[in-house]
Write a protein that binds this ligand. Structure first.
Ligand code: GAP
Length: 490
């Protein structure tokens, strides 16, 4: 539904969610700037993520390492060699595209992970030509997505803009372990920018060249992978999954954790439940839009033993927004080898090179998913039915008219609310028009000050979703809104 995408893009630009970066110079492909509304939704998402995932365990913390890192970091991690995408060039117009994307476009199937040679064969077999000029395509080659840098002037040091936040955690693992309780499991999170020289950035915030990740690396004793101390509390919880062996049928299955635990380690399954609960219970994503997609051996990232993506069903189809990655000791082992620093820890006399379970999320894709899934065109209005905690403003304050002392009273109410809530204030135009304007940016509640307010000290609170209004005493307004924002509209 490209049409919906275009409408969201237009609204996002016009009202202040996001737009192409360097816009006055015709934009820079793959880079986006967030406006005041988008930055607010993104911040809300990040803060809920932090609250939820760092709240899992007292031994989970957040750090903020540098985004530019030594080239050896990515030699050790394998990114310098393996962080590649397949590309093909048009022999006629020179256009370069991702080979798997061209195949997907034409054959309507996912080809991620297929070898370059196999992709070349498929392009030939199906006589696929350049999507721009229909010219013939070259053999498929590979392209490394890391952004290299030279740091300093004299004898410049080779470095990279990091392509994932995870490496910022691994290189700091030993230090943070010493600073915390020297216990496993230990979790280290980063919510920050990463950079990838994507060949064909597209679909707005879905495929960018600079984006934000929220990633939690959980370090644990590999002997503990088979179980989790709290597994019994989730054993009957149903995960919504799309496994490799069920792909042909296209059917999404609901599997109880205890049944999935026959195929995957319980430690892994336990964290899948936490991720699903985050989407369903915290982000309020309707279950039908959510699934875990298992990646085949060819599709898995080079560092993963188990790899299930979190996908949401948007207007452009199912899109990956996160993943649960069992990275084993791939990264600590790699850094130990290249840096020659011992990355193992000693717990009760046992020497352990911890394994890592990574919970990885793309913040921008999740923000886009909110815009896409909660966008609605209703009779007489366009509205974002965002979950209330994620909306760009908590509430709006409107004087019915800006005279008769209503505007002064409205200012008073605004000042009262501002200490606790983010408040949008507007005193111009008809009240109906003002409601439409805040519906369009998803503000969940509108507080209106009318003539009755001056008589009995009550205001009306309008619910964005039901459009119903209730009269509330100003003295009880903060408490009312607090409860309102913490409840999900049905
Ligand atoms: N540390 C693991 C890792 O980076 P990934 O699957 O490459 O794994 C994690 O990326 C998440 O980052 C993805 O699930 C997706 O949400 C987001 N992401 C990846 N590439 C992106 C891009 N080009 N633009 C926006 N988000 C992206």
């Amino acid at each position: 539904m490209a049409d919906k995408m275009q409408k969201i893009e237009e609204l996002a630009r016009r009202r202040g969610f996001f737009w192409i970066g360097s816009e006055i110079y015709n934009g820079l492909s793959g880079f986006y700037d967030y406006g005041h509304l988008g930055a607010s939704v993104k911040r809300n998402w990040e803060n809920l993520w932090r609250e939820y995932f760092l709240g899992i365990n007292a031994n989970f913390v957040e750090i903020e390492p540098a985004e530019v890192m030594h080239e050896k970091v990515f030699i050790a991690s394998g990114h310098a060699e393996s962080f590649v995408d397949p590309i093909t060039k048009c022999k006629k117009c020179g256009n370069i595209e991702r080979a798997d994307h061209i195949l997907e476009e034409v054959l309507k199937k996912n080809f991620e992970g297929l070898s370059a040679a196999d992709m070349s064969k498929l392009l030939k077999k199906h006589k696929i030509r350049c999507s721009k000029c229909k010219g013939p395509l070259e053999e498929v080659g590979i392209f490394n997505m890391m952004f290299p840098l030279e740091v300093g002037v004299e004898n410049p040091q080779k470095a990279y803009l990091r392509g994932e936040t995870a490496q910022g955690v691994y290189v700091n693992f030993s230090r943070v372990f010493e600073q915390l309780r020297k216990q496993l499991p230990m979790g280290i999170a980063i919510v920050s920018r990463v950079f990838r020289n994507e060949i064909s950035p597209r679909n707005l915030l879905i495929r960018m060249r600079e984006f934000t990740q929220a990633e939690l690396q959980i370090f644990f004793d590999p002997d503990c992978i088979k179980d989790h101390p709290d597994f019994s509390s989730v054993k009957d919880y149903e995960l919504r999954v799309f496994p490799v062996n069920g792909r042909a049928s296209g059917k999404i299955e609901n599997i109880k954790c205890q049944d999935l635990a026959g195929r995957l380690p319980k430690f892994y399954v336990y964290y899948m439940t936490l991720v699903q609960k985050f989407y369903i219970d915290v982000m309020k994503i309707p279950l039908k839009f959510f699934r875990f997609r298992e990646l085949s051996d060819e599709e898995k990232a080079f560092y993963n033993k188990y790899h299930w993506d979190v996908e949401l069903d948007m207007s452009i189809g199912w899109k990956e927004v996160g993943g649960v990655h069992y990275r084993t000791d791939h990264d600590l082992g790699g850094h130990q080898k290249v840096s020659k620093k011992d990355m193992s820890v000693s717990i009760e006399g046992k020497k352990i090179l911890p394994h890592v379970l990574e919970l990885s999320f793309g913040v921008d894709r999740n923000v886009f998913a909110l815009l896409d899934l909660f966008y609605d065109e209703e009779k007489d209005r366009t509205v974002f039915h965002f979950p209330r905690m994620l909306a760009p403003y908590d509430c709006a304050v409107f004087p019915l008219v800006s005279k008769d002392g209503l505007d002064e009273k409205a200012e008073e109410v605004r000042t009262l609310l501002r200490k606790r809530f983010s408040v949008f204030y507007d005193d111009s135009g008809s009240i109906g028009r003002r409601y439409r304007r805040i519906d369009e940016i998803g503000v969940p509640a509108a507080v209106t000050i009318d003539h009755q307010t001056l008589e009995d000290g009550t205001v009306t609170v309008r619910d964005r979703d039901s459009m119903k209004q209730e009269r509330v005493e100003i003295g009880l307004l903060k408490e009312y809104l607090e409860k309102f924002l913490n409840t999900h509209s049905s």
